[in-house]
Structures are given as structure tokens and as C-alpha cells.
Design a protein around this ligand. Structure first.
Ligand code: INI
Length: 179
């Protein structure tokens, strides 16, 4: 799936809608003061290390303090939802969780089970707890596709996941959504 000029979000729509809705909410990109949990799989660790690097760089650039980031290594993607739940509900609950993993179809006969249960579990945790849990788990057919999505540039999925985490925390604190 690729995006084109026609499918991409056009930021000017926000201003153009200002007079047509009562309230329009957007998150911002500041991570200052946020506590972040990162659950990272060791399975396909060469790929997850690249996602982690992208995520940590983005958190740092967004102003998240090093001491506010807790990194937990899990054996594989199947274990990620349990860690996400522990981060979201534990005694030192975080503001958001970033999950990083790599499930590659060629590696496993139970690709659908591992990838599907990981995604379902991550979504369950964020809906049950209200804490954003970002799905930075690659699910690809080949190693090449996983490498392509973990390049050290703006397209890195770990980086994208970190930015999404910060945006979601900020969005949920805005206007009529704020508790
Ligand atoms: N875990 C992954 O993160 N990626 C995979 O591709 C993978 N494969 O191929 O099996 C994988 N399996 C391990 C799984 O996540 C659990 O750690 C294991 O089943 C123990 O519960």
C-alpha cells in the first residue's frame, strides 16, 4: 500500500474547517515531561534494534527525558501485550507505551497467530486502560520488507511509533477530551 498526492493528508484542511465545526482537536509533538514505556521483542532482534534506534531518536528530539523512558525486552511479539498492560497499569504507570517487534511470515508457520494476537492484545490494552499503546510491530512477508521499514530515516516505523505516542497523549489531554 502506498500513498499518493491524492491519498495523503493535506494539513490546510484544518484551517479550512475552522469555521465549520465547534471544536477541532489535534495533538502536538512535544514530549516534555512524558513518561514512556517501550516493550521491544528480541525475536528478529536485528530488525527490532533498528526500530528501537528510530524510536529513541524521535523521543529524544521530541524532548522526552532519558530518565522518563523505561525499556523492557520481551522474547517475542506474542509477549508484547502483557508488557504493555504492565506498563499501563503498574505502580509507576506511564503516559504511553510504544511496542516494537518484527513478525516475518517466512520465519513461522504461526505467523497469523503471533501477529494477530499481538495486535489484538495491544488494542485491548489501550482501549481498556485509556493509555495510548502504539503498534510498532512490523508484520511482513519477507526480511527485505522488514529491513525497508526500519531504515535509519523518516520512514522508520519505530520513529513513527514514538511520534504517534506523543501525539496521542497530547490529543487525549485536549479540549473536551481532557479528564
Ligand atoms: N516472535 C516474533 O516477534 N516474531 C516472529 O516472527 C516470531 N515467529 O516467527 O515465530 C515470533 N515468535 C515467538 C513468539 O512471539 C513468542 O515469543 C513465543 O511463541 C513464546 O510465547
Amino acid at each position: 500500500m502506498t500513498s499518493t498526492n491524492e491519498t495523503e493528508f493535506d494539513p490546510s484542511i484544518v484551517e479550512s474547517l475552522r469555521t465549520r465545526v465547534g471544536e477541532q482537536l489535534e495533538g502536538n509533538a512535544s514530549g516534555r515531561g512524558l513518561r514512556i514505556g517501550v516493550a521491544c521483542g528480541r525475536f528478529n532482534g536485528g530488525i527490532t534494534a533498528r526500530l528501537l534506534e528510530g524510536a529513541l531518536q524521535a523521543l529524544e528530539h521530541s524532548g522526552v527525558d532519558r530518565s522518563d523512558i523505561t525499556l523492557a525486552w520481551v522474547p517475542g511479539a506474542f509477549e508484547i501485550p502483557l508488557l504493555a498492560q504492565a506498563f499501563a497499569t503498574g505502580p509507576r504507570a506511564v503516559d504511553a507505551v510504544i511496542t516494537l517487534g518484527a513478525v516475518i511470515r517466512g520465519d513461522t508457520g504461526h505467523y497469523e497467530v503471533v501477529a494477530g494476537e499481538c495486535a489484538r492484545g495491544v488494542q485491548d490494552v489501550q482501549l481498556r486502560t485509556g493509555v495510548p499503546v502504539v503498534f510498532g510491530v512490523l508484520t511482513t512477508n519477507t526480511v527485505e520488507q522488514a529491513l525497508e521499514r526500519s531504515l535509519p530515516d523518516d520512514t522508520n516505523k519505530g520513529r513513527e511509533s514514538a511520534l504517534t505516542a506523543i501525539e496521542m497523549v497530547s490529543l487525549l489531554r485536549q479540549g473536551s477530551l481532557a479528564r
